[in-house]
Design a protein around this ligand. Structure first.
Ligand SMILES: Cc1ncc(COP(=O)(O)O)c(C=O)c1O
Length: 378
């Protein structure tokens, strides 16, 4: 993937730890695999940028056929508007300050927002009117996660009707996030069958009301590989698939060999028997539990899956050596696959792209944080 190469390589061992490494071959494979899946099944791919927050990777996703990008924050929208002119804000845009910021995006950007309340529709229409721009709307429906999204087809029809009645807004379809489908891929049959049946009810109600959705947007990484089985879905928004992580590997949505991002850390102490301490704690790995709970730890060594991070302070990670014959020494360097990659990216200013032991390029996580504006480099 030439776009991620730079001319001045250095070695991994020259990097200060903790830091985030991305295996460029694995990244390229992950990007290709999802692009190919979507082409095969005729699904539009609108990846969520919250995982990488980096225009370079967004540009690669677009080059590989993504039809647009999904964002969660105004900052992500601003940064990604430099790379893509079709952006979805998949997070309810509520509050005057946020609305002003979102609607100030370059007018060349086709902006779509996901909304689940009349209370959000009306100010959005007013703000869009004031800015003289059109805004597309997906009505967000809840298909089982119980986070956001209206709970009944009647409510969806009500919101879609209101959107239709407010001209700066354009009703385009519906969106859902199947965050509750977190079973192993081979055990998703029941959840996907329910999703298929529920979706049929939503689509029928909207169709009968004269509001058939042009777009039905769904999909997470754990459910992505089987989204073609859910009749009616036209678009998917996976994010985590670019880097993958321990949680994704555990549900079979990627192989261990597809985990592209690791946290490089140095053993700083072996003083306490049965453990080694690395310089990556919760401020490098995040404190994200697996579904199995805290017992499962917070990360696992890439090359030694028998060694887990079992405890953390902010800048200390405790590796449990009791199930391993590994005898680390102070100064040894390890690579940790985090439980949840998105939070790790968010904790870093820069990502280092590696092939083997060579750091081929480094790029900023430009869309992290909430400060307005587009950074100079990206
Ligand atoms: C609305 C929405 N769409 C898409 C995604 C991407 O899902 P995943 O992280 O499983 O790839 C997320 C993740 O949080 C999300 O909240």
């Amino acid at each position: 993937m030439p776009i991620l190469r730079s001319s001045s390589p250095q070695l991994i061992e020259q990097l200060e730890t903790p830091c985030a490494l991305v295996d460029l071959d694995r990244l390229a494979h992950n990007l290709d695999r999802m692009a190919a899946y979507c082409v095969l099944h005729g699904l539009a791919l609108r990846p969520h940028v919250k995982t990488h927050k980096s225009p370079r990777i967004a540009a690669e996703q677009m080059r590989l056929g993504a039809t647009g990008l999904t964002c969660a924050t105004p900052r992500e929208l601003e940064v990604m508007s430099e790379t893509c002119t079709d952006l979805l804000l998949a997070h309810p845009p509520v509050g005057a300050a946020k609305l002003r910021r979102v609607l100030a995006l370059d007018h060349d950007v086709r902006l779509t927002v996901a909304i689940d309340s009349i209370e959000a529709v009306e100010p959005m229409a007013e703000a869009a009117d004031a800015q003289g721009r059109e805004v597309d709307v997906y009505v967000e429906v809840d298909v089982g996660m119980r986070r956001v999204g209206v709970g009944t087809p009647d409510e969806a029809v009500g919101i879609a009707r209101r959107v239709r009645a407010l001209p700066p807004l354009r009703y385009r379809g519906i969106t859902f996030y199947p965050g509750h489908v977190r079973q192993h891929l081979t055990r998703q049959d029941e959840a996907l069958a329910r999703l298929r049946d529920d979706l049929a009810l939503w689509l029928s109600a909207l169709g009968s009301a004269g509001l058939p959705p042009e777009v039905v947007s769904g999909g997470s990484t754990p459910a992505a590989w089987r989204m073609h089985e859910v009749t009616g879905v036209t678009e998917v928004r996976p994010g985590t698939y670019v880097y993958n992580d321990r949680a994704t590997a555990e549900v079979g949505a990627c192989g261990w060999e597809d985990c592209a991002l690791t946290v490089l850390a140095t053993v700083i102490s072996t003083a306490v028997p049965g453990q080694a301490v690395v310089d990556a704690g919760s401020k490098a790995l995040g404190r994200e539990p697996l579904p199995a709970g805290e017992e499962a730890g917070y990360g696992i060594l890439l090359d030694r899956p028998d060694v887990r991070v079992v405890r953390m302070s902010e800048e200390h990670g405790i590796l449990d050596l009791r199930g391993s014959d590994w005898q680390p020494r102070v100064g040894d360097v390890v690579r940790i696959v985090p439980n949840h990659v998105c939070i790790v990216v968010h904790l870093n200013d820069v990502i280092h792209g590696v092939r083997g032991v060579v750091v081929e390029s480094s790029w900023p996580v430009s869309a992290r944080g909430r400060v307005p504006g587009v950074p100079l480099s990206g």
